[in-house]
Design a protein around this ligand. Sequence first.
Ligand SMILES: Cc1cc2nc3c(=O)[nH]c(=O)nc-3n(C[C@H](O)[C@H](O)[C@H](O)COP(=O)(O)OP(=O)(O)OC[C@H]3O[C@@H](n4cnc5c(N)ncnc54)[C@H](O)[C@@H]3O)c2cc1C
Length: 404
Amino acid sequence: MSHPNLDDFRSEVRTFFDDVLEPTLDGITGTVARAKAWRAALFDNGLAGLDYPVEHGGRGLGPDHLAVWAEESRGRIPREDATFGIGVGMALPTLRDHGHDGLKDRFIRPGLRGEEIWCQMYSEPGSGSDLASLATRAERDGDEWIVSGQKVWTSGAHHSQFAILLARTDADAPKHRGITMFVLPVEQSGVTVRPLVQMTGASEFNEVFLDEARIPVDWVVGEINGGWATAVALLAHERVQTGTASMSGAATQRSKAGRTPLPVTQLIELAERQGRLADPLVRQDLARLHTGERVVAWLGARNGIHPSIGKLWRTRQGRAAADLAARLAFPASPAWGRELEDGPDAERNADDDYFAYHILNCRGMSLGGGTDEIQRNTLGERALGLPREPGPDRDTPFRELLKN
Ligand SMILES: Cc1cc2nc3c(=O)[nH]c(=O)nc-3n(C[C@H](O)[C@H](O)[C@H](O)COP(=O)(O)OP(=O)(O)OC[C@H]3O[C@@H](n4cnc5c(N)ncnc54)[C@H](O)[C@@H]3O)c2cc1C
């Protein structure tokens, strides 16, 4: 496909959102089904993978076209797109930038079209912020890698076909130097996915048990034992994904999607419903939240800004929006929840469950994608050039480290 001029491209994007998308999604129900239909429509209309090479199904466009896309798509992307946050937002760009041709040929086109769902197997019961201490091991056996260990908090593993996996391939090297990044097929007998129930009542993430799971020998991303570099590259995409990119969802759509703060338009409607729109303190908070929404949008539009800044702002916005929702609906808000749904006297608005979900769910935003403290450490070291955090075990072979 040729490079359209920017005005033509803008109309192309508008036409897609105005005329194509809604009829395509009409009548499709269920988060995953709607997410897949959205991605397929995007791909089939030439709007998926704008900055990916044409030979892999992308459009080969540059930053100017991406900026037009960001402007025109903001507030219009179906919230179900969160299903592809890890695949399209994190795994595919890592494969595009660091994967060998075989991996790109195999995974990028179906990934962009939403035919395959991805998850991220980084965290383990003993390794979260100190990710480099991970203990899941992979050993080569002929034409395969055999992987054993445990992962946790694996978002979306229950409906994923593939995972970006970090595993230890050299326990004699220091912890950062003996890790390899793999593509793991999730649907196999060596992988057991067990959903965890969150306080929202939803089960969005999982424990994953790897018991001699198998990976084709060349499904390695980057260098063997050089996985820390590719892991960090993926984390930069994750911070965009869980930061500024998470704000582009449809502002009027009410869906329980994990990463997006409550939009201000919905809080205004809630305030109106509760008869609180004239309350000066409520108005002040709404104005502050509107400003926050704009700030995150502007951060997303700036080139070269450190992604941890957007992630910290998004988290702050999410909490402030949820706190206002809880205050607006008080005293009903602490009682919102599933158990009231069928109660004979329950005078619940259909939206209550939606707000309850976001009030409870926003707490996780400051953890997923790296905690607020880790984002600040990263900003201190990488953006401000402050001295590195002490790491006395940085040069000790992994095998000799004390483990939890
Ligand atoms: C909603 C959600 C989705 C997630 N999805 C995934 C996923 O799909 N895949 C995946 O692999 N993981 C996922 N995670 C896991 C997430 O990456 C970890 O929870 C996170 O990295 C923190 O690790 P931890 O929970 O082990 O906490 P810990 O690392 O044990 O941290 C505990 C506390 O200590 C603080 N702390 C730790 N080290 C430092 C330090 N050096 N300096 C200052 N403070 C420090 C932390 O900030 C935190 O407050 C998800 C988590 C959540 C909440």
